[in-house]
Ligand binder design. Sequence first.
Ligand SMILES: [Zn+2]
Length: 251
Amino acid sequence: MRLVVLSGAGLSAESGIPTFRDALTGLWARFDAERLATEAAFRADPALVWGWYRWRAAMVAAAVPNAAHRDVAALSDDGHALTVITQNVDDLHERGGARDVVHLHGRLLASRCIGCDARLTPDPILAPPPPPYGGTLETPPACAGCGAPFRPDVVWFGEPLPIDAWHAAETAVDACDLLVVVGTSSLVWPAAGLPDRTLRAGSPVLEINPHPTPLSPRASAHWAMTATAGMARLRARLREGAGDLLRPPRR
Ligand SMILES: [Zn+2]
C-alpha cells in the first residue's frame, strides 16, 4: 500500500520538544514567535534570533525519537511504500528510521548564508560550545564568501515553502492509498490543504489527534488519541487488513 504520513508538532511534543510557542521561556519570554521567526527580526537583531535557534537546535539534538516516530518508520518494514511529510523542523523522523522525509518548513539542525546560500560542514548551528541552559544571545557566523550572516534553514513567516519539498508533498498525497494526518492542528496553510488533495483523488484520510481540528469533519476517520497510541493502533489495523480505513471517503 502507498502510505503518506503528514506529521506536526504533536509527534515531537511526545519527545519533549517544545512547540514553537512553548519555546518562548526565560530569555525569550518577552518576544512572540511571529517576531522572532521572520527575516526582518533576524536582520534587526541577528544575535537574538540566532541565539534562539541555536538553543532550540541544541534541544532537538538532545531529544530522541519516540515510539510514534519509530512506528511511522516501521510502516516501511511492514511492506508499505512510505513517504513522510512533516511540518516539524527536527530530524526525529530520520533518526526514528524513516528514509523518505519531506520537510515542508525546513530544518532546524541546518543553516545557510542569508546572502549566497553557502553551507558549512560541520554546520555552525550545532557548533560547540552548546548554548547554556535556557539559551543565550549569540552573533551568527559570517560567510567566508560574501560576509553575510548565517541563518537557520527554516521557513520563516512570510517566506514561501521550499518548492521541491512542496512538489514532492503534492505528488505523494495525490497518489497515496491512505493519508495519515498525525499530531497537527491542521491550521497552518498550505500544509492544511494537502488532505483535501487525497480526498479529491478518492483515497481516505485518517486523522490522529487528541483534539478535533478543522480537518476532523472532512476526514474519513478521526482517532482521538496521542500520536504514539494512534500509530501503534494503525500498524495493528494495517496488519489485520485495514478494511475500515479503506472505505471511500465521506461525501
Ligand atoms: Zn555568503
